[in-house]
Design a protein around this ligand. Structure first.
Ligand SMILES: Cc1ncc(COP(=O)(O)O)c(C=O)c1O
Length: 458
């Protein structure tokens, strides 16, 4: 008799969990009233509500300036423009992230260079060092799925090489690294606040910085109505360019989202504390299942996961005789039925996408990734761990602490893990060996060492 639902046995989850266990964002009459106010006054396109939200967000984030955008993609693009990222510059980014962490750098003529992730799916500082060349201008740190990157190391590396540090905080609003909020380490941080995120406000993006010059450049990039003498007071070089956004884009936030965001911000800390309580309890159970490692921090170090966006466990196929994460996730889905659609992989690794190999966006006759390079950065991709995306599996994102339901959901993972042998037959994606811990290409390493010895130009 088989034990797993995928092979015909009884599924573990037979009833629906209370809706409030997962519902996000939490919408109350206060949100409704704020949204109605925008509707009634037709104030979608102004900036008064947005400016209030910016001030509140800057105070919450602990930075001098906050600038809202239509979405996170636009806020990140403005951050790149603000530091002057341009033709021929290289920007280092982890390969495993959402495309908007770095893809738009191509439109500025820059070259994305991809680095590996570590065992917590987080930007690997050692590998960042490997990626530095005389052309490197910036590091795009991504606090992937809420896990704060090693900011001691990354800040030190950026300082030592004279590089700009940008943070993509789209997955990690409010996360702490050794007691300090992520988003306060980089020269600029930018983030998504779209409806699926921990900080969810419809479709919205935010940029934060302490430097007025970056703030004003970002403003001039995408905010035509504030690109004027009243708002740009410090940047002489921007003065001839008032009234037309320098990026040729309209980045103004929709105030329906800003109004919602103002209310969400008031409750964000308390709601994310509840999420952490729930997720940590769930992960304490997952921790007892060999072969699955929760992606989370040890809170005794002063780090937290913020709102625990899109939680995942690292999957170790070697513990399951090479069983693929795909097959494992399929078995989870059968146990959960409609309750939860477990999926394997997270974001695919960007360097594997043809956009970064061949696409000629700029029409220069060359792949845009290397349009202005004196080298072929695509060759560096050989040093990246192949198929890294196969090694994680999603877990439910609890918004409330509910002991019984959390325990039941965690036991689904144990059931599949305990009975994995049933899944080996018919697994067309079976892995040979475990995660990739191989040596990087020696040639690439040699080149890096030479570059590291050269002086960094900004
Ligand atoms: C890591 C990351 N960066 C940037 C973005 C882009 O944000 P938006 O969707 O708000 O444009 C997202 C997701 O949406 C993301 O997950």
């Amino acid at each position: 008799m088989k034990k797993l639902a995928l092979l015909g046995a009884e599924p573990m989850i037979k009833e629906e969990a209370p809706k409030s266990l997962f519902k996000w964002p939490i919408i109350t009459d206060e949100d409704r009233a704020a949204a109605m106010d925008v509707l009634e006054n037709n104030s979608f396109s102004g900036t008064d509500i947005t400016e209030k939200f910016q001030d509140e967000f800057a105070a919450w984030q602990g930075r001098k300036y906050a600038l809202a955008f239509t979405n996170g993609t636009m806020a990140l693009t403005a951050a790149m423009f603000a530091i002057g990222l341009g033709a021929g510059d290289e920007i280092i980014c982890p390969t495993k992230t959402y495309w908007a962490s770095v893809s738009q750098s191509l439109t500025l003529g820059a070259t994305p260079v991809f680095c590996n992730i570590n065992d917590m799916l987080s930007m690997d500082p050692d590998d960042v060092e490997r990626c530095i060349t005389p052309k490197t201008k910036a590091i795009m740190v991504v606090h992937y799925i809420g896990y704060p990157c090693d900011m001691d190391r990354l800040c030190e590396i950026a300082d030592r090489h004279g590089l700009y540090l940008l943070e993509d905080v789209s997955h990690a609003h409010g996360a702490l690294y050794k007691g300090r909020k992520v988003g306060t380490f980089g020269h600029i941080a930018a983030m998504s606040m779209m409806s699926g995120k921990s900080f969810a406000a419809g479709e919205l993006g935010m940029l934060v910085t302490d430097d007025v010059k970056f703030y004003e450049r970002a403003l001039a990039y995408g905010h035509y109505e504030r690109n004027d003498a009243a708002h740009i007071t410090e940047s002489e070089d921007l003065k001839p360019y008032y009234h037309i956004p320098l990026g040729g884009v309209k980045g103004r936030a929709n105030q329906l989202c800003s109004a919602l965001a103002r209310v969400q911000l008031k409750y964000y800390d308390e709601r994310s504390a509840e999420i952490r309580r729930a997720m940590n309890y769930f992960y304490d159970i997952i921790d007892t299942i060999p072969g699955l490692t929760p992606v989370r921090v040890d809170e005794s170090t002063g780090c937290t996961m913020g709102g625990f966006y899109s939680p995942m466990v690292v999957y170790h196929p070697e513990v399951f005789e090479g069983l693929s994460s795909k097959r494992f996730a399929e078995a989870l889905r059968a146990e959960f039925g409609e309750a939860f659609k477990a999926w394997e992989g997270g974001n695919y690794c960007l360097h594997t996408h043809a956009l970064f190999k061949t696409f000629d966006f700029l029409h220069t006759g060359k792949p845009s990734r290397i349009a202005f390079s004196d080298r072929d950065a695509r060759e560096d991709d050989a040093a990246l761990r192949p198929s890294e995306e196969k090694y994680c599996i999603s877990v439910p994102w609890f918004k409330h602490f509910d002991k019984e339901w959390i325990e039941l959901y965690a036991e689904v993972y144990r059931k599949v893990a305990d009975n994995y042998k049933e899944l080996l037959e018919g697994d067309s994606d079976k892995e040979q060996g475990g995660r990739w811990h191989g040596q990087e290409n020696e040639e690439v390493q040699k080149k890096r060492n030479e570059w590291l010895g050269t002086e960094k130009k900004n």
